[in-house]
Design a protein around this ligand. Structure first.
Ligand code: G4P
Length: 529
């Protein structure tokens, strides 16, 4: 197959949702359609079950599973699909944000009864920032939930999306009869039998036909006609270009658990979803069709086996082909490395591959050379834009609890931060180290891993920080910036990249500081132009 055909047939995407909306179930059903797995229940959820926060065995077990399910690849009707798994647990949201830098599109799963939830809002706002094409899947239609129009409104309001329903439910919960597929103009009747791979599909291209009444009954047929008329009146026509630019989001309805509405989603997805997209680097825009290989690290996974300390770095291929045993330039180290056993990922296993294409993910064994955001190329000195850090929610001082092991502690902290487990800030005033995390669970994970993987012990001390703000001195008044640095010295730190960060202790003090030093710019992510 030609190189450009290989690119054209790839779809690399992520599924995002608030926990429990049905992300794992949907993933599994997609794999079933692809024939990648034989039965439901084969993909274990990598979410850490509620209430098990201090169960480290559970964390470890889950981490093991999440390596296996980091990338789920399968073939469907000539398309190579790569699903990048995103952790559901909110304490691992950073991981999800980073994975979103490696996807070409996403599917957002929303629970019909719960509507738009907190985690959905956060993740969608990141996708919106990056104009990532999104398809919305409204799940659990077999349950009583919100009215479809109300929910579509809520999605537009809370998520700031512009929706276009491409399917529409007929009834809901107990009265759920099926789905009208606006895209294909047919009806799928709901039987509630999840074992069926293909539901009963009835072509209804003319909505005024008597056949509709015979199929779903007079009253349901009338309601459906009215609702579809409304849909047509309210929502714009689907426009593939607008979707690909992130300006318009198609919506599907279904029930992942019952395998219902999933085929429609997948069939439409492979037609409309973008092929691997070009990516901006600091130097220039890189097209996937370029001959030379380029790619970047978006995830690093520690090896679970204590006998093998190496880690797995996940590389998204942006352009060219990645080949086994060919030396590639690590542009941060300015050094060439070659890889004898790059892993490609399939539904439940990983395998050594000789060649991978744009859109694919390869896992490289790493002994500490990679950081999240690193770029590899055939030879060009190119740097993909860094992956942004967001202000953590929790902050604690980290102290060395075993003075004999300070080297191990420093190394452990360093490597865990490279993996992106948490963020490290070093106070300007006294060099003390502060760990910032998205969830409290990370502190336990860090402590546990420092001890078991590096033989170091740490303790924590609370620190009252409301938000970390990255400070941009460019364009600020010189005197004002110097004053700011002097007066706020106690609250200043540097992050791992050496960027200056203001650790505001309350929203009030942040406001006051912004007012007092109006020419100094404060940002809530580490990525700013
Ligand atoms: P997540 O990955 O987004 O966190 O969600 P997951 O797929 O694990 O689904 C969360 C719960 O919702 C699961 O039930 C799952 O069976 C259920 N679910 C998913 N899709 C549907 C659907 O279409 N209809 C209905 N009624 N339920 C659905 P659970 O009881 O928490 O877990 P389990 O014991 O069934 O695995």
């Amino acid at each position: 197959m030609k190189f450009t055909d290989e690119i054209r047939r790839r779809r690399t995407f992520g599924i995002i949702s608030h926990p429990d909306a049905g992300k794992t179930t949907l993933t599994e059903k997609l794999l079933l359609f692809g024939g990648a797995i034989q039965e439901a229940g084969a993909v274990k959820s990598n979410k850490i079950k509620k209430g098990a926060t201090s169960d480290f065995m559970e964390i470890e077990r889950q981490r093991g599973i999440s390596v296996a399910t980091s990338v789920l690849a399968f073939e469907y009707q000539g398309t190579k699909i790569n699903i990048l798994d995103t952790p559901g647990h909110k304490d691992f949201a950073e991981d999800t944000f980073r994975t979103l830098t490696a996807v070409d599109s996403v599917i957002v799963v929303i629970d019909v009864a719960k509507g738009v939830e907190e985690q959905t809002e956060k993740l969608v706002s990141v996708c919106r920032m990056r104009n990532i094409p999104m398809i919305v899947f409204i799940n659990k239609l077999d349950r009583e939930g919100k009215d479809a129009f109300e929910l579509l409104d809520e999605i537009e309001q809370k998520l700031g999306l512009k929706v276009v329903p491409l399917s529409f439910p007929i009834g809901m919960g107990y009265d759920f009869k099926g789905i009208y597929n606006i895209w294909e103009k047919n009806i799928n009747l709901f039987s509630g039998d999840s074992r069926k791979n293909i539901e009963e599909t009835i072509e209804i291209s003319d909505l005024s036909s008597q056949q509709l009444n015979e199929t779903i009954g007079d009253s349901a047929a009338d309601t459906l006609r009215e609702e579809l008329e409304l849909v047509e009146g309210i929502y714009p026509d689907f426009d593939n270009q607008a979707y690909k630019e992130g300006k318009l989001q198609p919506v599907f309805f279904g029930s992942a658990l019952n395998n219902f509405g999933v085929r429609e989603l997948l069939d439409c997805f492979i037609q409309i979803a973008p092929t691997p997209r070009p990516k901006e680097s600091e130097e220039r825009l890189v097209e996937p069709t370029e001959k030379d290989f380029t790619g970047f690290v978006f995830k690093i996974h520690a090896n679970m086996d204590p006998k093998h300390r190496d880690r797995l770095a996940f590389i998204k291929i942006v352009s060219g082909t990645f080949e086994r045993n060919v030396p590639y330039l690590h542009t941060r180290h300015k050094k060439k490395f070659k890889f004898s056993s790059p892993n490609a990922f399939f539904a439940e296993k990983k395998e050594i591959v000789d060649i991978s294409y744009p859109g694919d993910i390869v896992g490289l064994h790493d002994t500490g050379n990679f950081k999240i955001g690193d770029t590899l190329t055939t030879g060009e000195l190119l740097h993909y834009r860094g992956i942004p850090s967001f202000s953590p929610e929790h902050f604690r001082y980290i102290n060395n609890a075993d003075p004999m092991k300070s080297k191990q502690l420093a190394k452990g902290i360093d490597q865990l931060m490279d993996e992106g487990v948490a963020q490290l800030f070093t106070l300007e005033l006294n060099g003390r180290k502060v760990i910032g995390t998205v969830g409290a669970l990370q502190y336990e994970v860090i402590q546990y891993r420092l001890e078991h993987e590096y033989g170091a012990k740490c303790s924590y001390e609370n620190l009252n920080v409301h938000k970390a703000c990255w400070v941009d001195p460019r364009g600020s008044d010189e005197q004002e910036f110097a004053d700011f640095k002097r007066v706020k010295n106690k609250f200043l730190a540097t992050d791992k990249r050496g960027q200056l960060v203001f650790l505001a202790d309350s929203s009030f003090s942040l406001q006051m500081t912004q007012q007092k030093y109006p020419t100094v710019k404060f940002h809530f992510t580490s990525e700013f132009e």
